[in-house]
Design a protein around this ligand. Sequence first.
Ligand code: SF4
Length: 925
Amino acid sequence: MLAPIRSETRSTCPYCGVGCGVIIGTEGARIVDVRGDPDHPANFGRLCSKGSTLHLTADIKIAAAARVHRPQLRLAKEAPREEVTWDVALNHVADRFAAVIREHGPDAVAFYISGQFLTEDYYVFNKLAKGLVGTNNIDSNSRLCMSSAVAGYKRTLGSDAPPSCYDDLDQAQCVLVTGSNMAWAHPVLFRRLEEARARKPALWLIVADPRRTETAEAADLHLPLLPGTDVALHHGLLHIALWEGWIDRPFIDAHTEGFDALREAVRDYTPARTAQITGLVVDDLVQAARWIGQSKAFLSLYCQGLNQSSSGTAKNESLINLHLALGQIGKPGAGPFSLTGQPNAMGGRETGGMANLASGHRDLANAADRADIAALWGVHDVPAQPGLTAVQLFEAVAAGKVKAVWIACTNPAQSLPDQALVHSALKGCELVVLQEAWADTATAAYADVLLPATTWGEKEGTVTNSERRISRVRAARPAHDEARDDWRIGVDFAQRLAARIRPEAVNAFRYDTAEEVWNEHRESTRGRDLDITGLSYALLDSAGPQQWPYAEGAALVPSSSGRRLYADGVFPTANGRARFAAVAFKSVADVQDARFPLSLNTGRLRDHWHGMSRTGRAAQLFGHAPEPVISLNLRDAERRGIAASDLVELSTRRGRMVLPWVADASLRSGQAFLPMHWGSEFVIGGINLLTSPACDPVSRQPELKHSALAVQRAALPWQAVFAGWFEEARAQTVRAELMGMLRGAAFASCVPFGRVRSGLVLRVANQAALTPDVLAALFDAFGLGAPEVLRYDDPVRQHARRLKVADQRLHALALTGSITGHDWLASWLKEETALAVAPLSMLRPNAKPPAGVEPAGRTICNCLGVNERMLAKAVPTCPTGKPLLAHWQETLQCGTSCGSCVPELKRMAADALSRPVVAEPAAVA
Ligand code: SF4
């Protein structure tokens, strides 16, 4: 048999807004590997732990079982969906949408799209909603991550345009990272910052973050401010700069307006008062202000900590104030630089693909701008009134005002706050259309119509990264089964809908290729601040990724060099001046009180991305954080009488859930932290049951970074653990089945493990034992129902143990009733260690781990598979005087590939002399 032909395709990583270039290796139609593109100016060949494992999530051998293969439709809510042809599905949806629009008006339908859309997808859906249907009810999950940054830029600088570029990281003298754990969330950019610091020891790094994250750990100065107090911090820093005379008066006079009002607004933010509000130390505030105010090049990098807040716009504005007052914008190494969380949040902003935006950075409220767009689209008009933003949109669905919702490429049943409302909205909605690559997301359960979409590795188009750089996305393999590109689905639907409601508009949706769509988008930017009329697919293909603006006739800029905006001090406002914003500090919306005394923060894990609909396919990516846990300050737990092995019950004003917990020294007392990724696909409830829908009044971005929280010990005496290996393609299906089976349990989590093979660990806790039927089904799912399985049962105490052993290796296990000893049994299983002991002896409830079984701990270096146990064992072998990190890298090679683990290795090396390297045991032991 001939070997499949190998080929390589240049494309872009589909995760964070760094926008790294990748080279995808395929054999036949199979994606088999991925590496960084050395010529791409965002990463110069580097990838992080997520980008470098993309092929594991795209390998159709593994992922096929979880894909949507063909359109599916159900005609009654309780009926199962059935596969139908594209024609049947799209005609049905067009009929239903047309009927709702005729009967209830265009605002009775809504579209909820995604920052993972390519620019071409965004363009088509925006035109479909605003131009054809005549509603601005189109919003994106980008509302959850960057709408405060959009509002902040527009209200101060006049346009939604990040002014800096990645080269500024090399040229800055003082960098403030605020509201961002970029060591984990934007790792390739953080690597670049680490290198710049290694070259320039006088480059000061200040990190403002309530948690002592890996990023904060690396800083020269960490400002652990209290949640939500960023505006006070920015005002306090400006107050000191004013007092010390560090402001740039000539810049303020020549290029800005509104400074007098701002000076009044910050007058009371003395160091003492600022320290009182923010919980910081006066000396640290003064030190930060000195480094910032006296720096020749001050760069700030910020993300969700500023944006996901009920005062997110003010946080952005007050930080930009600081840059304008210091004249730190438009010059090398300087500027307020918002990092985007999604691969194409920027493309969505450029196409105006949100409820309050218009194409090409136009203004919905401006009649001339709307007329421009209508003329370009060939439609009569575009509605002026802003549409429903993400949280409002699902509230309107719940209230029955929106009767048909079209969701594309996103998972609102996992990612939106106040999930109880979102689930009830989706359940009660007359028509839910979901356009998705994956069949097992939480939202898919509510879809009346499920349309198969292509995904990364199969799509053609463009994305724009945080530094305004447009890169090509290319298909490396054919579409899976009957999946269609997102823009194509939009076009196929638009033509049918137009025929029913506006026949004259059918021709407005005649595109044959993604390039044709993009060319029309390009035209929408002509004469605007983001003008890209000088670009083409051909130029992007020949010259590589390019930053906007790039107007027709502009000279080609080498793609390896970055360009920044506003070097001439002229801003895209009516008078060319930037505007100071005299904003007031407001504390968090969800008030902490005696009932809910803690502040719950959410954020990212190193190896996962968003709702894990992609990273959740690769078992290897769970080695670093093997199960959902809440992080608490140890004192807060002790005060509540919570022991290490307890589960905890978490409650907020919206919902409750149960989780294991870990003591986390990076948190101040009064604070708690949950990774944003764990949805109901992996743990009962999902973390957004707890989060708050309180929104910023301008940006309408929800305050996902803070919820008032109560924590107490969960009294759940019956517990169980199941673990086992599965055929790789089956593991994902089994996980979905198990979580479905356990919906009624007080706690259940099901998480993959394994590097070469795929396994699952299922943990359950409940007030009472599960019913015999459910237990039997769980034993069967793990292959533990067969007679040859070793078993021990204590019916009186409702304890049971099952071990499936072959060749002295453990293949599956179950402990129910009591789970004592599960950690070493799970280690035995996960590491496939051969044991020279009688397996029967392992059945005893008080069995001790035999020699050779020692928990490996977390995987720290994902690329090389280096775990905590390996690191600990290497500590005593480190020669005197040799840095431990260098010893680890030399002997274990950890941190020498993608480098995502280097910040953590540095911290562990620093800690190794003072305490053991192996972390505290898992909470439920
Ligand atoms: Fe992808 Fe990592 Fe690059 Fe972000 S930093 S684009 S996740 S490889």
